[in-house]
Design a protein around this ligand. Structure first.
Ligand SMILES: [Zn+2]
Length: 298
């Protein structure tokens, strides 16, 4: 079963097998969750914990619509009447399957309907792009724009001054396992890391995983990992390659062994984001030849 750990004041973290779910106590019986983990085993752990502690979930805030962050929104809404909050983009893809298809372009329609079923959920409250705070009854959270890992990826600061950073940073142990931390767009992600370095909150919660008072080393490691992966991507392109050829070459070089199409899709999207960043930086060009786009050194 999941465990619950106090971070500061009314801010706790729920440790499930695969991720950390921040939890804010509005009163001794009522909580607000920041994300909801993965459907299935995570969900069972989460619901068991809520029942054991006799808690009601008043609301769920969404950092982004990835299956390991919003997999239990729907059952929480159904069981507790939890109000679901999400930003404009994430609300769109959570509520519209074709919108989700335009986001997860490598899935077939039927794969999306099957795999994605747990991430579809009605959203009760849309967080606008320029919104700096979200209030649930009399509890106000600061909204942190943290783009790059995914579109409209956002964090939240609880009234105790604890910042939930969702997937911006991967912790050191997980960074050893994850060779290509997922990003959808490199430039905003690098800017988010730079911005984060200047912030000061009393504690930080990472979805993957744990909570920390000092995230400086993680910022350095995550930034170094991306810079290193960008350098390797650039090295691969000494001879022209298509996007998929370059992704496969980099994955082989890093000993990434994709066992599922989902793993491949995550890695491929990350490499695509890095190749596009190199084009924007003027280090790589893309040309069309024989109806294929090739990337190569300038
Ligand atoms: Zn994510």
């Amino acid at each position: 079963m999941a465990t619950m750990e106090q971070v500061r004041g009314n801010t706790y973290v729920i440790n499930t097998k695969s991720c950390c779910i921040p939890c804010y106590f509005m009163d001794p019986d009522t909580v607000i969750l920041l994300d909801s983990g993965i459907a299935g085993s995570n969900g069972r752990e989460l619901f068991e914990l809520m029942e054991e502690k006799d808690l009601t979930v008043r609301a769920v805030q969404t950092s982004h619509a990835h299956f390991d962050h919003n997999g239990n929104h729907k059952p929480l809404r159904e069981k507790y009447g939890a109000t679901i909050y999400a930003s404009v983009f994430n609300a769109a893809v959570m509520q519209n399957q074709v919108a989700m298809k335009s986001y997860l372009i490598d899935d077939t329609w039927h794969e999306l309907l099957t795999k994605g079923s747990s991430v579809f959920c009605a959203v009760d409250w849309v967080i606008d792009a320029d919104q700096t705070h979200v209030t649930v009854d009399d509890v106000t959270f600061e909204v942190l724009p943290l783009p790059g890992h995914s579109p409209e990826h956002i964090g939240f600061v609880t009234p105790d001054g604890v910042a939930y950073l969702a997937d911006v940073l991967v912790s050191t142990p997980q960074l050893k396992e994850i060779r290509l931390p997922y990003i959808i767009c490199a430039e905003p992600h690098l800017e988010t890391l730079k911005w984060l370095r200047k912030q000061k909150y009393s504690a930080y919660i990472l979805a993957h995983r744990g909570w920390y008072e000092d995230i400086g080393p993680f910022i350095d490691q995550n930034e170094a990992r991306l810079e290193n992966n960008l350098q390797m991507t650039w090295s691969m392109l000494s001879s022209p390659m298509t996007q998929e050829e370059c992704a496969a070459a980099l994955m082989n070089h890093l000993n990434v062994n994709c066992r599922t199409t989902f793993q491949w899709m995550s890695c491929n999207q990350t490499v695509r984001a890095m190749m596009q960043y190199l084009v924007d930086q003027g280090k790589v060009v893309k040309v069309i030849r024989n109806n294929k786009i090739y990337y190569s050194w300038v």
